[in-house]
Design a protein around this ligand. Sequence first.
Ligand code: PMM
Length: 276
Amino acid sequence: MGVVNVTPDSFSDGGQSFTPQAAVAHGLALLEQGADIVDVGGESTRPGAARPPVEEELRRVLPVVRELAAAGAVVSVDTMRAEVAALALDVGARLINDVSGGLADPAMLPLMAQAGTPYVVMHWRGHAAGMQANAAYGDVVTDVVDELRRRVEAALQAGIHPGCLIVDPGLGFAKTPEHNWELLGRLGEVREQLGHPLLVGASRKSFLGRLLADPATGQERPAGLRDAATAAVSVLAAAQGVWCLRAHDVASTLDAVRVTARWGVEAAAQAQRLLR
Ligand code: PMM
């Protein structure tokens, strides 16, 4: 899944695709790189970010979805709002990626039940403005699985077909770097316990920037220089059986997945030696 952020303030690509023309061109380039899905979003979920009004989100997203769908792309829309999801589906979106797992808008689950299209349910504990205050867990994997299971049950109760549900542990959403690493290391457990296809979005996230911080200054590695680290995460996530990887630089993640597919799971254990 390639990322097309139509936002002025995204942490990962800093407003690169803010005009509809630039966003469409970027989406087409990601497809050219080999993306199966392009994920179009008009709301930044960076920790601390303010929400755009719904009209603004629609203005950002709809023209881009319409044009990419017309070009034959499988378009996903990254939104927490049922109104945006409904209009995006009308203009050709084929999947809704809801980082709130249906918690942000009570109209979302009924809409998805009616639409009958695939729906990504991500683990979420509140909007970007205050979410890092909620980063407290017992065992993070147990808690995230339990909370996601409740969202899956709510989705099924609303009438969403089980075959339409994709789950996502929500790396970086109300999670510290340690929580993200623990979830990544135990993705196989998350997948087995939930029994739905798993989507993972680690691409360019700040826990990678933190790991690769400059040893002299302590400064995080900038977002644009985290693609090799993202590809490494992609290898390890692929080896644990995820269904979909959400990435900004599709080419490097796809290469990494190709190598993993050729190699086998042993790679993960062996690679640790290189770091001693
Ligand atoms: N992360 C971001 C946005 N949308 N959707 C899903 N399903 N999973 C994620 O981890 C996720 C997401 C934040 O990253 P961005 O600002 O680079 O898009």
